[in-house]
Design a protein. Structure first.
Length: 166
């Protein structure tokens, strides 16, 4: 959202930092996936940014694009968002044995390794950031996620936070 994630910061004594923002509720929807190559154990972060809410066709296109990049059978681990359920039905019907689906338990974001990606992005990279418009927010999110793709140790830590061994 265009509202900043306010985090504690340092300032000279008597000079309280002020974040000047207005009450705007424009936002972006970002889809992401962490992939692990089974033999070489290489990690990758894939993402897609759009200016509207995510619907099942968006999820379908995103997963299909990830599958094209992976070129191997894929195990999808998804939460129970309705858009995910609808897209998975169509993916399984289209790709059959090339897609295996594992559902996360309901209300268990701590088991999802993508959740720490968003936490790190919001609370670290974009903390106290006030974008002027949605385009500026999209650019900042894209920069943050691209930086993460170049840090394999950081990507491994997201799996570790979720309690998954690589």
């Amino acid at each position: 959202m265009l509202q900043p994630v306010v985090r504690r910061t340092w300032a000279p004594r008597g000079c309280t930092p002020v974040l000047a923002s207005w009450d705007r509720h424009d936002r972006l929807s970002v889809s992401s996936a962490l992939t692990l190559a089974p033999r070489r154990r290489r990690l990758a972060l894939h993402f897609s940014i759009q200016a509207r809410n995510v619907r099942w066709p968006d999820v379908y296109r995103f997963v299909r694009a990830v599958m094209v990049r992976c070129r191997r059978p894929v195990v999808l681990v998804l939460d129970r968002l309705n858009a995910h359920r609808s897209a998975v039905k169509r993916l399984v019907a289209r790709f059959g044995g090339r897609v295996e689906v594992e559902w996360l338990p309901a209300y268990a974001p701590e088991l999802n390794p993508v959740e720490p990606v968003w936490s790190h992005t919001k609370h670290s990279d974009l903390a106290n950031y006030i974008p002027k418009h949605v385009g500026a927010l999209a650019s900042a999110v894209r920069r943050s996620l691209r930086r993460k793709t170049r840090e394999p140790d950081l990507l491994r830590s997201f799996f570790k936070v979720a309690g998954l061994k690589l």
